[in-house]
Design a protein around this ligand. Structure first.
Ligand SMILES: NC(=O)c1ccc[n+]([C@@H]2O[C@H](COP(=O)([O-])OP(=O)(O)OC[C@H]3O[C@@H](n4cnc5c(N)ncnc54)[C@H](OP(=O)(O)O)[C@@H]3O)[C@@H](O)[C@H]2O)c1
Length: 234
């Protein structure tokens, strides 16, 4: 039975990842900030683990809690975005922006490093971070949305560096673009249904090899340029 670790598993894409992997018989470590409030997650047969990603001590504590467990798939899914109206200079909040750097940029790196021996213990490990077209500089038509755009751009950069450092351990690290999906973050007008996005992303993970490491990958499995500047609504 393969094992997956998912961050931000209490809602959105993370919850659906937990649901689908559990349905397929995987052992799921579903991480979230407030396990007691994660009602939908608690209904699944998964291990619900406390993990607030702004707290580096919590990352270490989680890694210790799963001991020597081999991890076949790590999905650094949790993410923070801007407040809803952040055009121009509006919506800039220093503390929130700093926390977003911790969650979107630093935590995926720190958690992957903390789980490196668990990943190395798997026969076919895959580690990943959920990227975004908003991390691609070519898409920056119009200003604003500083928090999300800067942190996703930095998350992409961190993915390339981390993938390089993981090569000698033969652990692929992929940055996956889900496409614009109906979640709290994506909004109800997003073109893609959550079940479909997650099903497609699971296929991408299943086919990920060292050929994909350090690459930006579309939900269809296609390698896409880091400067992606098309399909702005996705
Ligand atoms: N939906 C889209 O269209 C889309 C497109 C491109 C990329 N993405 C990326 O996909 C990922 C999932 O997005 P989503 O649409 O599912 O977003 P979402 O519905 O807003 O869910 C975000 C998740 O991140 C968690 N999170 C936030 N801060 C955290 C922290 N400090 N510690 C631990 N968990 C924290 C949230 O937990 P709480 O409930 O505790 O806040 C929640 O579980 C994100 O990385 C996002 O940037 C989404």
């Amino acid at each position: 039975m393969p094992t997956v670790v998912i961050t931000g598993a209490n809602r959105g894409l993370g919850l659906e990842f937990a649901r689908q992997y559990q349905a397929e018989g995987w052992k799921v470590f579903a991480c979230c900030r407030k396990p007691d409030a994660a009602e939908e997650l608690q209904k699944l047969e998964v291990s619900v683990c406390p993990l607030d990603l702004v707290d580096p001590g919590a990352i270490e504590a989680f890694a210790r809690s799963i001991h020597q467990e081999p991890v076949d798939l790590l999905i650094n899914n949790a993410g923070v975005n801007d407040v809803s109206k952040s055009e121009g200079f509006s919506g800039i909040e220093e503390d929130r922006w700093m926390d977003a750097f911790k969650v979107n940029v630093m935590a995926p790196v720190l958690l992957t490093i903390a789980l490196i021996e668990n990943l190395a213990a798997s026969k076919n490990p895959v580690a990943s971070v959920i990227g975004s077209q908003q991390g691609c500089l070519e898409t920056y038509e119009g200003g604003g949305y500083y928090l999300y755009r800067t942190t996703k751009a930095a998350a992409h950069a961190a993915a390339v560096i981390l993938a390089t450092d993981l090569k000698e351990r033969k652990i692929p690290y992929v940055c996956l673009r889900p496409g614009h999906t109906k979640t709290d973050m994506g909004g109800e007008d997003a073109p893609y249904e959550i079940e479909d996005s997650v099903r497609l992303m699971r296929e991408v993970f299943a086919n990920s090899t060292m050929d994909h490491t350090g690459k930006f990958v579309d939900r269809s499995g296609a390698l896409i340029p880091w400067s992606l500047n098309q399909d702005l609504n996705e």
